[in-house]
Write a protein of this length. Structure first.
Length: 108
């Protein structure tokens, strides 16, 4: 009887721990689903942000890209480069708008 109660308690604890877990891929999928993608040319580079001219989005023509905490680059940003950005759908209300990147890749 004690073994059975101990087993039930263990199973309930494990189920409780597993039920609270969500896979991180799900968050990435949700971020990508609620995102905006566009191509842009880099105008200015600083330690914390990029100023870009948007080439193919009708909603805005420039953006400030927040680079703080974004470590997923496989190139060094430089003035004049063309990049493809995927950003979070939340855009800062400033001129030009402040955006947070999800992905960024070098086009040319």
């Amino acid at each position: 009887m004690k073994k059975r109660i101990g087993l039930m308690v263990t199973v309930l604890l494990v189920m409780g721990l597993v039920a609270g877990c969500t896979p991180s891929a799900k968050t990435t999928t949700n971020e990508t689903a609620d995102s905006i993608s566009f191509t842009a040319t880099i105008d200015e580079v600083s330690d914390t942000e990029l100023l870009v001219t948007v080439l193919d989005n009708e909603n805005f023509d420039q953006a400030r890209v927040n680079m703080q905490g974004f470590d997923s680059l496989d190139f060094v940003p430089a003035k004049g480069q063309t990049i493809k950005l995927t950003i979070k759908n939340q855009v800062g209300m400033s001129m030009p708008p402040f955006v947070n990147p999800i992905t960024m890749e070098l086009v040319k």
